[in-house]
Design a protein around this ligand. Structure first.
Ligand SMILES: NC(=O)c1ccc[n+]([C@@H]2O[C@H](COP(=O)([O-])OP(=O)(O)OC[C@H]3O[C@@H](n4cnc5c(N)ncnc54)[C@H](OP(=O)(O)O)[C@@H]3O)[C@@H](O)[C@H]2O)c1
Length: 287
């Protein structure tokens, strides 16, 4: 299908996996509130298949999407996995039947979560597992993570995880973790209309660490910006595509994992990798 797209080129994730910068976030392949099965299971499977056909080789997921729904869909749809596919999962939360999210960050819970993800994804070794640092606030704040990170390093030494990443963190978390081991990637909320983490993007770039923004399309808050609309109209593109193109041009260490439950949106998002924003358009978006 999209054999003209470059998928944004490649990036050596964790120094080991040559992933396309345009990846896919699996969280939307669920029911409302990221709980239960998606309304259209067949379409969800087609989304995963279409991502593979397009050459995407980086998928973000977690047992806590559904819970288990997305990992089950990935396993059922994509096994046997293509050799270059890098499935990145995450631990640190648990779900309750009211669709609630709760921290699950004790050593025992982290060990169990890694084993559960290995089982659900049917992978002996998980390529990358993000330690998702829990906070009730929308914006993360610092609290020590040494104990949790050391548990992840133990699981790495045990051969269950190849690399460890961090999610929902501040710079002090990254610095603390880097005193203990290496960090494959940082996954935080970030995008053209949400630039709180500009310094963290730079810090990661300076250390050769991938920055993988979640909510690249605004997440639960649909993108609304006159500047985005204006640039999109100039390019004959959608505001979503401009938001993704902006991220690809923002820094070479940024990898995209936009989420969608629809093949049409997936194709639109993939095509964004071929959009080049001019200096003037970047200036318009720098507000
Ligand atoms: N580490 C963390 O704490 C964390 C938190 C949240 C998410 N994540 C990861 O990050 C990924 C990305 O975040 P996200 O999926 O929450 O948010 P997102 O990518 O910013 O946006 C997804 C939303 O945008 C819609 N959408 C996608 N493409 C579109 C298009 N071309 N046109 C119009 N609407 C479009 C989707 O609806 P449709 O389904 O209708 O397309 C969905 O409602 C997730 O899938 C997940 O893997 C990680």
């Amino acid at each position: 299908m999209t054999d003209t797209t470059t998928l944004g080129g490649t990036y050596p994730l964790a120094g080991e996996f040559n992933v396309k910068r345009m990846g896919f976030g699996g969280m939307r392949l669920t029911g409302p509130q990221i709980y239960g099965p998606p309304a259209d299971v067949a379409e969800a499977r087609r989304v995963l298949e279409t991502a593979m056909e397009a050459g995407i080789n980086h998928i973000d997921t977690s047992d806590f999407y559904g819970p288990y729904v997305v990992n089950d869909l990935i396993r059922e749809t994509l096994k046997p996995y293509r050799g270059d596919l890098v499935i990145v999962t995450k631990v640190g939360a648990r779900r309750t039947p009211d669709a609630g999210w709760h921290p699950a960050l004790s050593p025992e819970e982290l060990r169990q979560a890694v084993d559960d993800n290995r089982k659900r994804l049917d992978l002996d070794v998980l390529p990358i597992v993000n330690l998702r640092v829990f906070s009730r606030e929308h914006v993360p704040s610092y609290s020590p993570i040494a104990q949790q990170f050391e548990t992840m390093l133990e699981l790495q030494s045990a051969g269950k995880i190849r690399h460890v990443g961090l999610s929902h963190i501040v710079a002090a978390h990254l610095e603390e973790a880097l005193r203990l081991g290496s960090v494959a990637c940082v996954q935080n909320s970030y995008g053209v209309l949400n630039r709180h983490d500009d310094p963290l993007v730079e810090l990661c770039a300076s250390k050769g660490i991938a920055f993988v923004p979640y909510f690249p399309l605004g997440g639960f808050t649909p993108l609304q910006s006159a500047a985005l609309d204006e640039v999109a109209a100039e390019l004959g593109a959608s505001p979503h595509q401009v938001a993704l193109a902006w991220l690809l041009q923002r820094s070479p260490n940024i990898l995209l994992i936009p989420g969608t439950s629809k093949v049409a949106h997936l194709k639109e998002n993939i095509a964004a990798a071929d959009i080049r924003l001019s200096d003037e358009q970047l200036r318009k978006l720098a507000v």
